[in-house]
Design a protein around this ligand. Structure first.
Ligand code: DP6
Length: 320
């Protein structure tokens, strides 16, 4: 059989997931809302290889010692069918891995779609979500296009607004390409155990979810910005009050935030979000994108500025 290839894009959470209710099954402690982007992507090329004694995962041309984070996903997918041959999974990212740009979400989502096809599983949407969540709690969101809601109740996931209905721009300000020092997985465990703000963070999440869903439904940019930035700040407060403290933002991220506040004071509609890494993602109306980019370029030490759109969900591809 020939190779099967799938592609998936990262997603950036506006209302964030930080903490698990069940570590074994990798279940998020809270609902989340994200936007799937375009331009940045992960691919997964999968094929059977009868010479192999176990499944092999090659990430960005480097053979991995084990299946690592994707092992539970593979075990789940294999539980649907007896598959005798082992397979090789070749993953690539066209952007820095493990640097706060959601490479695990797009990576896992692309693998789920490719393996579903290779094994001929015909899984339901919920089964694809279950498979993805086992690999990364944010990965189900990359299966879907546009604005995506991952509901903690039953872990359902769906698009709440499609990309073309509200064409916002996302400006990614890359302040470093270093791998994060503490993985999201470890960071979440530390925060849940030690941050005095963890409980209120979880308890307030549904309020933010409700506000964001409303803002998306009525396309209220200011309301979405207010609730998203507030949620991002709360997550970083939980991170930074953990023991040891988790500082994912760097000096350049803070300079970016200052510049964003300055632009906002000057009447530009924009807001930002930052994940477990120092990259600053700005969401703005399309007509302001050029100005935002030129202002952000003035910040010292910015490595790269990438303008992207809201994008499509994970899918099979013939490209490459
Ligand atoms: C800060 O989904 O990478 O980006 O489930 O342990 O693989 P695991 O974590 P992951 O965490 C994402 C955390 C975040 C916020 C978010 O995307 O919701």
């Amino acid at each position: 059989m020939s190779d099967i290839k799938a592609i998936a894009h990262p997603n950036f959470a506006l209302i964030k997931y930080w903490g698990k209710s069940d570590v074994t099954n990798n279940l998020p402690d809270m609902s989340s809302i994200s936007i799937t982007i375009d331009t940045l992507f992960s691919t997964a090329k999968v094929s059977f290889d009868s010479s192999l004694k176990k499944d092999l995962w090659v990430l960005n041309d480097i053979e991995q010692e084990s299946l690592g984070q994707i092992k539970p996903t593979m075990n789940y997918l294999k539980s649907f069918k007896l598959v005798k041959d082992f397979c090789v999974i070749e993953s690539t990212n066209n952007f820095p891995t493990a640097a706060g740009l959601a490479s695990s979400a797009s990576g896992v989502a692309s693998i789920v779609i490719a393996i579903n096809e290779l094994f001929n599983l015909n899984l339901s949407e919920q089964e694809l979500i279950n498979a993805a969540i086992l690999g990364s709690g944010s990965a189900p969101r990359s299966l879907y296009p546009g604005f995506v809601y991952l509901n903690k109740k039953k872990y359902s996931c769906k698009t709440v607004l499609h990309a073309n209905t509200w064409p916002l721009k996302i400006i990614i300000c890359q302040t470093s390409s270093d791998k994060k020092l503490v993985s999201s997985r470890d960071g979440m465990r530390i925060s849940k155990l030690t941050s005095p703000h963890y409980e209120s963070w979880v308890n307030n999440q549904d309020n933010d979810i409700r506000k964001a869903l409303k803002a998306i439904k009525i396309k209220d940019f200011d309301l979405l910005g207010e609730v998203s930035e507030g949620n991002c700040k709360k997550m970083h407060r939980v991170m930074e009050t953990s023991k040891p403290p988790l500082f994912y933002r760097n000096t350049t991220s803070h300079l970016c935030i200052q510049k964003i506040e300055e632009m906002r004071a000057n009447g530009i509609n924009l807001f930002y979000t930052i994940d477990a890494g120092p990259q600053v993602k700005i969401i703005c109306k399309a007509q302001h994108a050029d100005q935002v980019i030129s202002e952000m370029k003035s910040i010292p030490n910015i490595q790269d500025i990438i303008e992207v759109n809201i994008g499509q969900g994970a899918r099979l591809t013939n490209e490459g």
